[in-house]
Design a protein around this ligand. Structure first.
Ligand SMILES: Cc1cc2nc3c(=O)[nH]c(=O)nc-3n(C[C@H](O)[C@H](O)[C@H](O)COP(=O)(O)O)c2cc1C
Length: 404
């Protein structure tokens, strides 16, 4: 598992009690990885297998991962639990994979095995990841059963369209584990009632000719971490991203741009309605004054190019702010004299706060999963130091410090 991805999703699942129910589909083999991923994300996991699931996976595999008993039988009472005790334990129940049979049983209130009995007594959030042959999924009976469960408040995750194990193409495939976790995280986060947060992230580029460009080393990871922190804090997240490839919250709206000018243009479309702006993009300070339409040829003589200042996205947006924008935070990437440079930036841009992080060297912020720095606020308050930690944890601390 990519450690950065893990750090972003951990806060959604840390200490969450998840009852993972596995039913008799070939996709049950994915549930082992699902169980392991949930554990790595800090969840406490208990597992229930149906009789049919036992044809595909063994309790021992889950017991090895979870270190606890895997429940398979309504009649076993060797662990001091009453027949509905499991239903009282979880913060959430995830049925993955969910067969047509189990979906039908739940829709009609059957209680003839451990899983269906527990779920009839369960009243918390229920997530169902169907997995079946496309004809089974599209059958009116399955569709009606799934709709019944949705109306009762259950949340369907998938199924996805694609090749199924039976060799057919269509909707019926269980989502891949990573995707399933991303959707689940989006659904268990706080309701997004705090308004819109606009986040810029990544580098920008300036083209010299059709094959060459100027850019910087920004990975976009700090901005991505801010996007996740604001998603968790209850904001609708809108990201304007320079060219980079980072995970972003499942429900975020993402616009991709290349140049500083495009970034400003796209930000303006959202900024008016946003209550928060986090300017984490490393926008180029300079752009090529002239751009060539054809590839410049190599010559033996040296080549001079003229760079002109590029548009200052944070400065421009801050100038256009109204009462709607409660908080504007800029990021500063500096190699030296961090506090002095940050204070200068805070003054020049006029935004509410600047977070300055050291870049360059072996431990710089660019492309690392960890970061550190100082938060400077308008009004002459002393700067706040943030010790080195994951960008995900740091983003949460910044969000808290700004009272967002
Ligand atoms: C090899 C094999 C694969 C199966 N795959 C699926 C499946 O992906 N989805 C499904 O709904 N049923 C599938 N079934 C049928 C279910 O296992 C069957 O309906 C069973 O009664 C489900 O029981 P459960 O819901 O209690 O786990 C499969 C059966 C076999 C033999």
């Amino acid at each position: 598992m990519d450690p950065f991805w893990q750090s972003l999703y951990q806060p959604y699942f840390q200490n969450k009690k998840v009852l993972l129910c596995v039913t008799g589909s070939i996709a049950a083999v994915k549930s082992l990885e699902l169980c392991r991923t949930l554990l790595k994300l800090g969840a406490q996991v208990r597992v229930v297998l149906t009789d049919s699931a036992l044809q595909f996976v063994t309790p021992l595999s889950f017991e090895t991962f979870t270190g606890t008993h895997c429940f398979t039988n309504l009649w076993e009472n060797t662990h001091g639990t009453k027949h509905i005790d499991l239903a009282r334990w979880p913060d959430l129940v995830l049925i993955a994979p969910a067969t047509a049979n189990t979906i039908a049983k739940l829709a009609h209130g059957f209680a003839d095995d451990l899983l269906s009995t527990e779920l009839l007594a369960y009243t918390g959030p229920l997530f169902i990841a169907p997995a079946m042959n496309p004809s089974m999924w599209s059958h009116p009976a399955t569709q009606a059963n799934a709709a019944t469960l949705t109306v009762r408040g259950a949340s369907l995750i998938g199924p996805a369209e694609g090749d199924t194990a039976c060799g057919e193409f269509g909707a019926g495939r269980m989502l891949e584990v990573k995707e399933l976790i991303e959707v689940l995280a989006a659904r268990i986060a706080l309701p997004r009632t705090k308004g819109t947060a606009l986040i810029t992230l990544g580098p920008t580029r300036s083209s010299y000719d059709p094959v060459r460009y100027l850019t910087n080393r920004s990975s976009g990871k700090m901005g991505a971490a801010m996007a996740f922190a604001l998603d968790r804090a209850g904001y609708e997240v809108h990201v304007v991203s320079g060219p980079c490839d980072v995970p972003l919250p499942h429900l975020s709206c993402v616009t991709r741009v290349s140049t500083a000018e495009e970034m400003l243009l796209e930000c303006r479309k959202v900024f008016k309605g946003a209550s928060v702006l986090i300017a984490a993009a490393a926008v180029l300070d300079y752009r090529f004054q002239e751009t060539r339409g054809e590839k410049a040829k190599r010559a033996d003589a040296s080549l001079s190019v003229t760079l002109a200042p590029s548009i200052d996205v944070l400065f421009e947006l801050n100038r256009e702010r109204t009462d709607q924008q409660k908080t504007i935070l800029g990021f500063a990437a500096e190699t030296n004299d961090w506090l002095a440079h940050a204070a200068q930036k805070l003054k020049k841009k006029g935004c509410d706060a600047v977070f300055v992080n050291p870049v360059g060297g072996d431990t710089g912020a660019f492309d690392a999963d960890d970061n550190e720095g100082w938060l400077l606020l308008q009004g002459g308050q002393p700067e706040k130091r943030f010790e080195r930690t994951t960008k995900a944890a740091l983003a949460d601390e910044i969000v808290r410090s700004l009272g967002l």
